[in-house]
Design a protein around this ligand. Structure first.
Ligand code: PHE
Length: 488
């Protein structure tokens, strides 16, 4: 084996001065030897120094001459001693060979090119060019002047040859040791671990590609949002019910029953079971009253509130349905200040396009405490969105049936270098909070945003179908990078 030959030679002689010679003397392929030297060098069994040599190799043209003879000799040989007409001579030889051979033969003063007759000027010639080319081919030395001539005729070109000189390295041994890669139970029981030599860790090696358990980008971004809420002291709301009654999704939020969002064009209603079974009756009564005739200083919506409408089951259109349940429960159990959040799926009967699907994920946050103001809402946003990497915010008045005032939130995206809409927010109306039984001075500030939008921006996805649904490329999910929000 070549590896043993190298190590054995070093043992005896201390040095291999030229890997090229070493290979040709032993009939080893030089490329193979080079690989072995590199590997031994890597493990520091040997020290290898580069050696470079310029050598000459034949061009394709040079190779033909070496095999068949130079054109000038071919032309010379085609001329019989008595001479030949130029036309006949030309017909005997390949045109390209003739052209080169004729001019070289004239230059060498081998032939006389008469108009009528071509004759030899010498009786015989030697093919020096062919001889030289064969010497180059066999890596035998030739005169630099000759090299120059062959180079000018483009019959040879220089080529850099790379090889090594090799000496013993710091870990030299006449035979390569097999390093252990694992410490096994057997090693421990036999006690041979004491003599084992372990392979060193290669900290710059790439790890094995991970084959299973890839998180979808939405899950990664969701986790980041969750961490931000938890760091800010928010508690997660239970959102594990996609089906909700119209009551909690709309009525409890003081959204009138004729509101266009409650139309089947905007909302998916359930056929089975189409109606909710239970609602807290005395609270339903209060909600009915606030819609029909108002109270707490409000005129209400002044219409006939229908129980059947409130009973209709639907796929929740926002997680604010969960917020309304949570606030109601809080009022029942004795109010205490709370910070709640949720991140879960909602459904809307919408036209599907590049940025909209009929289902998406909503991030919802709310803070309830006595005497909160719009200033608190804005302050919480600066805290929340700065943690996402957006510290420049703008607010625009907006409308929600259940908040007053309401604001759209815009953030300056440092990566996109533009303002993007990032959420909707407001302070829940007294018409929503007071029927629940919350103390009069309790204010609730709340906001909602989609999970898809920041995810698409973060991952540079411009078509939502590439992010969610049956067209998603699984390979992409495997390759998706880690997610970190808030790097500025
Ligand atoms: N529910 C709103 C939406 O669907 C978001 C929101 C939540 C707005 C809380 C105000 C307060 O867009």
């Amino acid at each position: 084996m070549a590896e043993e030959a190298v190590l054995g030679f070093l043992e005896k002689h201390g040095e291999i001065s030229d890997s090229g010679e070493f290979a040709s003397e032993r009939g080893i392929d030089h490329q193979e030897l080079t690989n072995i030297i590199k590997s031994l060098h890597g493990f520091r069994l040997v020290d290898a120094q580069d050696i470079k040599r310029e050598r000459w190799v034949l061009t394709e043209e040079g190779k033909t001459y070496a095999a068949a003879g130079s054109p000038e000799v071919l032309v010379f040989l085609a001329i019989p001693p008595e001479g030949i007409s130029p036309v006949e001579l030309q017909s005997k030889i390949d045109p390209s060979v003739f052209k080169i051979g004729r001019s070289q033969a004239i230059k060498n003063q081998w032939v006389e090119m008469g108009k009528q007759l071509v004759t030899r000027k010498v009786s015989n010639v030697q093919d020096k060019v062919q001889d030289l080319l064969i010497r180059v081919q066999n890596e035998q030395g030739i005169d630099p002047k000759e090299i120059d001539a062959l180079k000018r005729r483009k019959l040879i070109v220089p080529q850099t040859w790379k090889g090594y000189s090799v000496r013993k390295g710091p870990n030299y041994a006449p035979k390569r040791k097999k390093f252990a890669t694992d410490l096994t139970r057997d090693n421990l029981q036999r006690g041979d671990w004491k003599d084992l030599e372990f392979k060193e860790y290669n900290f710059s090696a790439k790890g094995q590609p991970i084959e299973g358990g890839h998180l979808h980008p939405l899950l990664k971004v969701r986790q980041q949002f969750k961490m931000i809420f938890l760091q800010m002291g928010f508690e997660e709301m239970p959102t594990n019910n996609f089906v909700e009654s119209s009551f909690w999704n709309f009525d409890a939020l003081f959204q009138p029953q004729q509101h266009p969002a409650r139309d089947s064009h905007d909302t998916f209603f359930l056929q089975v079971p189409s109606m909710t079974k239970t609602l807290p009756e005395d609270y339903v009564e209060k909600v009915k009253r606030i819609h029909e005739s108002g109270g707490y200083g409000s005129r209400g919506h002044e219409y006939d509130w229908k129980r059947e409408e409130a009973n209709k089951n639907l796929l929740r259109t926002h997680t604010t349905a969960v917020s309304s349940r949570m606030l109601y429960m809080l009022a029942q159990n004795g109010f205490a200040p709370k910070k709640y959040f949720s991140i879960d799926r909602v459904f809307r009967n919408e036209a599907v396009d590049r940025t909209h699907l009929a289902e998406f994920h909503q991030i919802e946050g709310l803070v309830c405490d006595r005497g909160l103001t719009l200033g608190d809402l804005i302050g919480v946003f600066y805290d929340f969105f700065t943690r996402l990497g957006m510290s420049k915010l703008k607010f625009k008045p907006a409308y929600n049936p259940y908040t007053e005032p309401s604001m759209e939130i815009f953030g300056y995206h440092e990566g996109l270098k533009k303002w993007v809409e990032i959420g909707n927010s407001g302070m829940f109306r007294p018409e929503m909070l007071l029927p629940m039984g919350l103390p009069e001075d309790v204010r609730v500030i709340a906001w909602g945003l989609s999970l898809e939008r920041p995810t698409m921006i973060l991952y540079g996805i411009d078509n939502i179908r590439d992010l969610f649904g049956h067209k998603v490329d699984l390979g992409l999910i495997k390759k998706n990078p880690l997610c970190r929000l808030g790097i500025e």
